[in-house]
Ligand binder design. Structure first.
Ligand code: FE2
Length: 359
């Protein structure tokens, strides 16, 4: 067993400003990587750029990261900033900008890198230092080395093979104050899936269970916000962010499982948000899991059984229909993926996979 979480993590109010000196110590010039707009609305870009300006650190801004960022976007940033003397990369946003920031930090370190570099295990995985500042509450990218990228040449999303952990991450609930309800729900369901899938991952261990258990204790308290029973308070936002970060640590320990593997084609073909696509397969995945483990996890998240989980997801997302041809394509893609088929604590054959895909 091992517990590898090499991220200097600060989870506290105003942590960007409080740790300004540590941010400034990363170098003389930063590349700030964001999505198109949210970092400029929620105050995170203002905080980060203010800290850099006050410390006399220069920065460039790349604000073109799209949802489900593509390798094309990563190489566009490389083209723009390869000669800019960047010392470190700051990813601000949800999973998309943070994942893109990791890949950009890798390719800026290696001028020769092309798309194959991202998927070649024999290549040097070292990257420029990365700071992550999450402004959503689901991906956990701030504590993982994972960078999931869209490959238009393969028409799906695939994680880069290299692990690029942030050197430092700054987690502050205030950055989700202006987040939409749908972003919160999508992110929180993604976080829930991270915890369930890592607990049921073939590589799970006592340390993964430690972070899952701690994360679910936070997550259960904010269910009422997700179902619309009450408005989110500052405390709820802190709990959401913390649940997401603990869920991220869980997948950093052992990776995700079948719902994530199955979700990528739904996102690519139907444009479903990541949390919603993963949530589609979560009830049937839990139904396939051994009863004892399933019951412990569901209870820890406040669900009496799989039907209650399904009802919760229908409430927060509305009922989701997926065309038969997309399900068939998903089934075909994953049934040949032996790593994913063997990647859970219970045996999965084609019949069981069929049950998970078709519900
Ligand atoms: Fe996820």
């Amino acid at each position: 067993m091992r517990f590898y979480m090499p991220v200097r993590l600060f989870d506290e109010e105003e942590c960007v400003k409080k740790h300004a000196a540590e941010i400034a110590a990363f170098g003389k010039k930063a590349l700030i990587v964001t999505g198109k707009s949210s970092a400029f609305r929620n105050g995170s870009f203002e905080d980060v750029s203010g800290v850099l300006k006050d410390a006399g650190i220069g920065y460039e801004l790349f604000s073109e990261v799209e949802e489900n960022p593509s390798t094309d976007t990563v190489f566009k940033a490389k083209e723009l900033f390869a000669e800019a003397g960047i010392d470190f990369v700051i990813g601000i946003g949800g999973g998309s900008p943070m994942d893109a920031a990791k890949a950009i930090a890798l390719v800026l370190k290696h001028p020769e890198a092309d798309i194959d570099y991202l998927y070649d295990k024999t290549k040097d995985p070292s990257a420029l230092p990365v700071i992550c500042i999450p402004t959503s509450c689901g991906t956990g990218s701030e504590v993982t080395g994972i960078s999931v990228l869209t490959r238009h040449d393969k028409k799906t999303k695939i994680s880069m093979v290299h692990m690029v952990f942030p050197t430092m991450s700054l987690v502050d609930g205030k950055y989700i104050r202006s987040a939409s309800k749908s972003l919160i729900v999508n992110s929180a369901v993604d976080a829930l899936a991270h915890m369930f899938e890592s607990a049921l991952n073939a590589k799970t261990d006592a340390y993964v269970h430690m972070t899952v258990s701690a994360g679910l204790k936070q997550w259960i308290k904010i269910k009422g916000v997700l179902t619309g029973e009450r408005e989110a308070s500052e405390e709820d936002r802190r709990l959401l962010m913390r649940a997401s970060t603990l869920a991220g640590m869980s997948i950093a320990g052992c990776g995700t499982a079948l719902p994530h593997a199955l979700s990528y084609i739904l996102t690519y073909d139907l444009g479903l948000p990541h949390g919603r696509a993963v949530g589609y397969f979560l009830p049937s995945f839990m139904a396939a899991a051994p009863q004892e483990q399933r019951d412990v996890l569901l209870k820890a998240a406040g669900f009496a059984d799989v039907a209650e989980l399904k009802a919760f997801l229908d409430t927060v997302f509305g009922r989701q229909e997926v065309p038969e041809n997309v399900l068939a394509k998903t089934f075909e893609a994953v049934k040949h993926n032996t790593a994913k088929m063997n990647g859970v604590v219970f045996p999965v054959d084609e019949n069981i996979l069929h049950g998970i895909v078709y519900g």
